[in-house]
Design a protein around this ligand. Structure first.
Ligand code: ATP
Length: 360
């Protein structure tokens, strides 16, 4: 499947560090991307995602650490010999080449024969839904189609690894949703190892086998989407991925926190002392036996109402309830309610944890 690549297999970053002047773009990043898997790098602008991708491709050299592919150190392998496919946000197509010529380009520079190129272009056009557009120029196809061309071109030479840097960011939301599923399907069919950079957590959750959450050059957590969402290992992850309320609390011994007048059980990853509790709106349960709060706002979101509850100590907690069928506004502002949360869904981190700052 990958005849032109000197190697393939698991891609590993080992203790990568990179500075640009006084900016630490990457700090001691270690990450393994299994062969044939789909990994997304997720994090806010400037957290080092693109730098890590460029180090994999060989465009940027790390100051420390190494990258291996199939166990082989890539340090002495220039970008052209790594043969990795790269897809950029700006499609970077050749404007004076047709769709077919763009896709064939990596093969033509390798001196592939005409028949082999034509066969590969036909195969990729079928795979990427570009049939019938082969003779058009980039300005004669849509943005989504241009990105399909860029993807097909990146796959033309059977790369061992496909690197995608915010490939869908320039497209509108509906096309983005459709195309991300397409990208995943195409990558699965080819069987290539993919690293996909995005700052959109919904996109990351939708496409990835493994999500890597980065924060200011530091890898905070790597795991399956459901692990990242349900078991955040760091305050930054709890804050950045999905909606959550962050409440100041005091961590007590024995897996409990004090929140205003209440003591609650939670999943505690902090020593006794000041902490931050993270609760997702869908995990907050309104039940008669819970703690007291007052509804401050009720916003209708279609399938659910998003309630803002004011707790006894003045902090705000977001909760969600399914839209009831029998009345328009289920709980008007001022209604006293009682709430609880399963301990496994209450994540507590130390208050001095730098990642507890709200992500932008
Ligand atoms: P974005 O989502 O905005 O593209 P990113 O997570 O991909 O961000 P990087 O592009 O990897 O972030 O940049 C990480 C940090 O390194 C940033 O602070 C950036 O300004 C800095 N940086 C990146 N490349 C260079 C460079 N060539 N020269 C100087 N600083 C750089």
């Amino acid at each position: 499947m990958r005849p032109s690549s000197p190697f393939g297999g698991e891609l590993a970053f080992e203790r990568i560090a990179k500075r640009f002047g006084s900016t630490a773009a990457l700090h001691d990043v270690s990450l393994t991307v299994p062969d044939g898997s789909f990994c997304t790098l997720l994090g806010p602008s400037g957290c080092g995602k693109t730098t890590l991708l460029r180090i994999a491709a060989g465009f940027v050299d790390p100051d420390a650490g190494r990258v291996t592919l199939g166990g082989r150190d890539l340090a002495d392998t220039p970008p052209s010999r790594r043969n990795m496919g790269f897809v950029f946000q700006s499609y970077a197509l050749f404007p004076t080449k047709t769709v077919a010529e763009n896709i064939a380009f990596p093969l033509s520079v390798r001196g592939a024969g005409r028949a082999a190129m034509a066969a590969r272009v036909a195969e990729l056009c079928a795979l990427a839904g570009l049939e019938g557009l082969e003779g058009r120029y980039p300005h004669e196809v849509s943005g989504g189609q241009q990105q399909r061309v860029a993807l097909a071109r990146a796959l033309a030479a059977d790369p061992p690894v496909l690197l995608l840097d915010e490939p869908l960011a320039a497209l509108d939301a509906r096309i983005r949703q459709r195309l991300r599923a397409e990208v995943r399907r195409i990558v699965d069919e080819i069987g290539v190892t993919a690293i996909y950079v995005t700052h959109d957590q919904e996109e990351a959750i939708a496409v990835a086998d493994q999500i890597v959450v980065m924060d200011r050059g530091v890898l905070r957590q790597a795991g399956r989407p459901e692990e990242i969402y349900l078991e955040p290992a760091h305050a930054f992850v709890a804050s950045f991925v999905g909606a959550s309320s962050r409440l100041a609390c005091e961590v007590l011994d024995a897996g409990q926190i004090r929140l205003g007048p209440d003591v609650l059980a939670g999943t505690i990853k902090a020593p006794p002392g000041p902490g931050h509790a993270f609760l997702r709106p869908e995990d907050v349960v309104l039940d008669a036996g819970g703690r007291g709060a007052v509804v401050e706002r009720a916003a209708f979101l279609g399938p659910v109402w998003r309630l803002t509850l004011r707790l006894g100590d003045g902090q705000a907690l977001e909760a969600e309830i399914a839209t009831p069928r029998w009345q328009a506004t289920p709980l008007p502002p001022g209604t006293p309610v009682a709430w609880s949360v399963p301990p496994a869904r209450l994540h507590v981190f130390a208050a001095d944890d730098a990642g507890a700052e709200r992500a932008p």
